[in-house]
Design a protein around this ligand. Structure first.
Ligand code: S3P
Length: 427
């Protein structure tokens, strides 16, 4: 585990592209593996989480090779996977374990899938329940990984999820590809819809609406070419950095702007950030464009309800922005943050308090009063990439030096982050 010292910076400027979208990269690998034929993926993220998906698929017999233009995946078809020789390892990645479980539930062999200490502590009942309703049998201790998934024939279900989770929705839809008839899932607020969109790119009609999604099984996937846009969740750190530092302007090119992910843009607009988005181009059903942000006088805002799934990964960095906003920022309905890679509500509140911010933790969110100057501090990343990344941005505007403990966890979603930050910042 390495620590990183960050000193305050005068300004940030320039044009950058961020690594490929992590959510779309996982799905590109998984759907390519399920398809028949070769799929070339361009712009795939090299984040550690995506590597976890790649390794699990390799352990299931999927062959992949890099060429000059991208990664070529030799699809196995829905039933071509082979029983792995050992426990497959999803590392730190909730998306890997939850999406792959939907496929493993339909195989005619048993697989054990596990992950690191953080992943082994995260709730899996949310996928075990619907998959067992479909006919799978899953062994676990207290609904936590390791999961031993005894696959077999599945039946379609109509599932009303009580949480807005794209991982749960995607797990059920992937299992639905194997069942006879329509498998549907509804959710309390719309979560990201990358699986639905990418299924269409692979030739499968996924019916989706604001309230949920469905697939008609059995359905087969047709290999295609996927071009992954930049990750808006990674772009978010630079958008906020440019908003907070004086005399700054940053342009992010080729950023994915799927409406179910655009909450960061809407939240920053609500906070009166000077942010602009060009018209988007759509490839593989996923829009992408250029976003620009510059130094702004931010105002507090209320972030709650159906907005939350659309900013779920950006709340830590929005909390940093809120410390510099005039007035109160209230974040509610975000209890899911407590069961991410770390308890992100506690991690943000504890670390921001160390930096001198006026922040209060509630059971499902945060209340932040601003603006308050921040001072450099010893920040615990809790080995959570989004905490390390967010506080690296806070450190830019702090007085004095900040140490981020366990800073190398940024590689989970954003390899090369510190180098890019160094390049764009001016002392
Ligand atoms: C993801 C969905 C979200 C998000 C995670 C990635 C995905 O999780 O927080 O970083 O790729 O489907 P939930 O579905 O658990 O909300």
């Amino acid at each position: 585990m390495s620590d990183r010292i960050i000193t305050p910076k005068r300004r940030i400027s320039g044009e950058i592209s961020v690594p490929g979208d992590k959510s779309i990269s996982h799905r590109a690998l998984i759907l390519a593996a399920l398809a028949e034929g070769e799929t070339r993926i361009k712009g795939l993220s090299s984040a550690r989480d995506v590597e976890s998906t790649r390794k699990c698929l390799r352990d299931l017999g999927v062959r992949m090779k890099k060429d000059r233009k991208g990664l070529v995946v030799s699809g196995k078809g829905k039933y071509g996977f082979t029983k792995p020789k050992k426990v497959i390892d999803a590392g730190n990645s909730g998306t890997t374990i939850r999406l792959l479980s939907g496929i493993l539930a339909a195989q005619n062999f048993a697989t054990t899938i596990s992950g690191d200490a953080s992943l082994r502590n995260r709730p899996m009942r949310r996928i075990i329940e619907p998959l067992e309703n479909m006919g799978a049998h899953i062994e676990s201790a207290a609904y936590k990984a390791p999961l031993t998934i005894h696959g077999g024939p599945l039946r379609s279900i109509d599932y009303a999820s009580t949480i807005a989770s794209a991982q749960v929705k995607s797990c059920v839809l992937l299992a639905g590809l194997y069942a006879n008839g329509i498998t549907r899932i509804t959710e309390p607020s719309p979560s990201r819809d990358h699986t639905e969109r990418m299924l269409e790119a692979f030739g499968v009609q996924a019916q989706y609406s604001q309230g949920g999604a469905g697939v008609k099984g059995p359905a087969n996937l047709r290999a295609t070419e996927i071009i992954v846009p930049g990750d808006i969740s990674s772009a978010a750190f630079f958008l906020v950095a440019a908003s907070l530092l004086p005399d700054s302007e940053i342009t992010l090119i080729n950023v994915g702007v799927n409406p179910t992910r655009l909450g960061i843009y809407d939240a920053l607009l609500a906070m009166k950030a000077l942010i602009h988005m060009d018209p988007a181009e759509v490839i593989n059903m996923e829009p992408r464009t250029t976003i620009t942000a510059r130094s702004s006088r931010l105002h507090g805002a209320s972030l709650a309800g159906s907005m939350i799934p659309r900013i779920i990964d950006e709340i830590p960095i929005l909390a940093i922005a809120a410390t510099q906003a005039q007035g109160t920022t209230t974040i509610r309905d975000a209890a899911e943050l407590r069961i991410k890679e770390s308890d992100r509500i506690a991690a943000v509140a504890t670390n921001l308090q160390k930096m001198g911010a006026n922040v209060r933790e509630t059971k499902d969110g945060l209340i932040i009063n601003g603006p308050t100057p921040l001072r450099g501090a010893q920040i615990d990343s809790y080995n959570d990439h989004r905490i390390a990344l967010s506080f690296a941005i806070a450190a830019l505007i702090a007085q004095g030096e900040t140490t981020i403990k366990g800073a190398d966890c940024v590689d989970i979603s954003f390899p090369g982050f510190f180098q890019l930050l160094d390049q764009m910042c001016h002392d």
